[in-house]
Design a protein around this ligand. Structure first.
Ligand code: C2E
Ligand code: MG
Ligand code: MG
Ligand code: MG
Length: 277
């Protein structure tokens, strides 16, 4: 008997559908076990200014799977969302990122920590409390935390999202809009949301050197951000040429393989330490 033939005795007719359902179910059980077993860790990627100084870090989820090695989020974050497991997982992530930030703060790091928040997590009624608990338990100053949300998060329920964001902003937490320019929302909502930062999507960075249209979009984002007194950061910067082009277009913050890949906590400041000696 397979799992899908279980209690209510039915079976999906289409074998492909059954395989998918079985995969999802086993993935859900795996995720559940991994959350309990604390198999999730964070890698950190530097965010730099024009001088190359690390002004911030983004925490990126990794699964230290017992047999499959280190797994990036793309394969399982969707299932974690749909099953609601992103809520307890998100709590772990916030605690890990804040705990690590507090260690680096004690060592003199003055930058921010950016944590990705998914829609399901943001919509959870305990989200505001979860964030506040993570800060309180780790002693992190709310002004050092940046929550990255995508356009889809607030498109769903704008009024409620604004209210939630304002509650968090009132405590000093800041918001960044991730993958900006890839969603379907209009630019006018930017004015209504308490956003601190816009992250230019990797697709525009990738084409910045060769594509006039991508350059026009980047320039537009920079101009709008200036009007609204928001910071702009470009993601996915892989080459010196891309960074130079972005600087020409008015961008002053960068994140990408060019300045540093996401790495485990003990490796992030390794190079700087070397050059300090
Ligand atoms: P994101 O937030 O847009 O993160 C940037 C992604 O681009 C990361 O992939 C990062 O490793 C990758 N990246 C950074 N620099 C470069 C570059 O120069 N070139 C290229 N090609 N890629 C670059 P990653 O770590 O696989 O994460 C993928 C997505 O999964 C993230 O996109 C984010 O939406 C989500 N995610 C990651 N960590 C978390 C988390 O803790 N919680 C939640 N809810 N979602 C997360
Ligand atoms: Mg992000
Ligand atoms: Mg992004
Ligand atoms: Mg992206």
């Amino acid at each position: 008997r397979t799992k899908m033939e279980g209690r209510n005795g039915y079976r999906f007719f289409h074998p492909e559908m059954q395989r998918m359902a079985e995969f999802r179910l086993s993935m859900e059980q795996e995720l559940h076990r991994a959350i309990q077993g604390q198999e999730f860790t964070l890698h950190y990627q530097p965010q730099v200014d024009t001088e190359g100084r690390t002004v911030g870090l983004e925490a990126l989820l990794r699964w230290q799977h017992p047999t499959m090695g280190t797994l990036g989020p793309d394969k399982y974050i969707g299932i974690a969302e749909e099953t609601g497991l992103i809520v307890p997982l998100g709590r772990q992530i916030l605690r890990m990122a804040c705990g690590q930030l507090q260690i680096w703060k004690a060592q003199g790091f003055q930058g921010t920590m950016a944590v990705n928040i998914s829609a399901r997590q943001f919509r959870d009624p305990y989200f505001v409390k979860d964030v506040q608990d993570a800060l309180a338990e780790t002693g992190v100053d709310p002004g050092s935390l940046l929550l990255e949300i995508t356009e889809s998060v607030f498109l769903d329920n704008l009024e409620e999202s604004i209210e939630k964001m304002e509650d968090l902003c009132a405590t000093g937490i800041r918001f960044s809009v991730d993958d900006f320019g890839t969603g379907y929302s209009s630019l006018t909502y930017l004015k209504r949301l308490p956003l601190y930062e816009i992250k230019i999507d990797r697709s525009f960075t990738r084409d910045a050197v060769s594509n006039d249209f991508s350059r026009a979009i980047i320039r537009t984002i920079v101009t709008i951000a200036e009007h609204l007194q928001m910071t702009v950061i470009a993601e996915g910067v892989e080459t010196d040429d891309q960074q130079k082009t972005l600087i020409e277009l008015g961008c002053r913050r960068f994140q990408g393989y060019y300045t540093g890949r996401p790495v485990p906590a003990d490796q992030i400041f390794a190079e700087q330490k070397k050059s300090d000696q």
